[in-house]
Design a binder for this molecule. Structure first.
Ligand code: MN
Ligand code: MN
Length: 285
């Protein structure tokens, strides 16, 4: 019998009806403020995932035994961020309606807003855990509210004060940092304070968004707006494992890999390993 080889993220080929977590890609980078290229992120991650083992010695778990399905990339309208976000929201809505967990792969960070809108509609008391070098809290960027530099501000508009917990933040305007003090919880420079935040959030539903530029550019140069003095891979791996295993993560994403800025391919391997560890730590829903 003829059959098509699986070309999704390694081992994420379970029947979508049986999967608890559903991967999908949003190859979109039209609002990128500096160096574009994240539209190639999700495809590069799928392809390079075969360089990594499905087994994690950190967690003693194997993706082969994990109920995850990869639906592939959405076909998005590059010139129209609002339409692209609608398409991402529709896909996340459909996954949430089946009682499953959407796991979005970017793309630039703006793609989060599409999946976030779907998640907050289903879970009005949604909280956010945000790893990033950048605050992403601008009211607008060069006049547009739909930019990756504004994405957490757009999320805040949907949930209000006290719901967003940021970590690793080391770049933003003075206004962003001042605004943050009154509206969100910002942990600057590293991932310290995560335990306290997880305790405060308890079993409330969480949207977990990982902008990979939270990593130091020496670990992860393949990104559009590299920001020196980031966290180590080990710190990020332990932190994502903690969030995914302990918080009630109802939706999540990994974004901002721009693979062509790192011709060694190491940044893509880093992204793959972060995703593998997250998928293994997320419990069945
Ligand atoms: Mn970001
Ligand atoms: Mn960033």
């Amino acid at each position: 019998m003829l059959s098509k080889p699986f070309d999704g993220f390694m081992a994420c080929e379970k029947d979508p009806r049986e999967a608890h977590t559903i991967l999908f890609g949003a190859p979109f980078d039209s609002t990128t403020s500096f160096r574009p290229g994240t539209r190639f992120g999700s495809a590069a991650i799928r392809q390079e995932s075969y360089g990594l083992e499905t087994y994690s010695p950190y967690q003693d778990k194997d993706l082969e035994d994990t109920a995850v399905c990869d639906l592939g990339d959405l076909e998005l309208c590059f010139g129209d961020p609002a339409r692209a976000l609608d398409a991402i929201q529709d896909q996340a809505d459909a996954i949430l309606a089946e009682g499953k967990r959407p796991f979005l792969i970017g793309g630039e960070h703006l793609v989060t807003l599409g999946a976030f809108r779907a998640a907050v509609r289903k879970y009005p008391d949604l909280h956010v855990i945000h790893f990033d070098a950048h605050a992403d809290l601008r009211e607008d960027y060069l006049g547009t509210p739909l930019s990756h530099a504004c994405v957490l501000r757009r999320c805040w508009e949907l949930v209000g004060d006290g719901r967003i917990f940021q970590f690793g933040i080391r770049s933003g305007t003075r206004e962003e940092f001042r605004w943050a003090q009154d509206h969100v919880t910002t942990h600057k420079f590293d991932l310290d304070g995560l335990e306290t935040a997880l305790t405060a959030i308890g079993d409330k539903p969480v949207y977990f968004t990982v902008d990979l530029d939270v990593l130091d550019p020496s670990v992860f140069p393949g990104t559009g707006t590299p920001e020196p003095e980031g966290v180590s891979f080990s710190a990020l791996r332990q932190a994502v494992t903690l969030v995914c295993s302990r918080a009630n993560v109802v939706a999540c994403d990994v974004n901002e890999l721009s693979p062509h800025y790192d011709p060694t391919g190491v940044s893509t391997a880093v992204a793959c390993k972060v995703i593998r560890e997250m998928l293994l730590a997320l419990p069945p829903r």
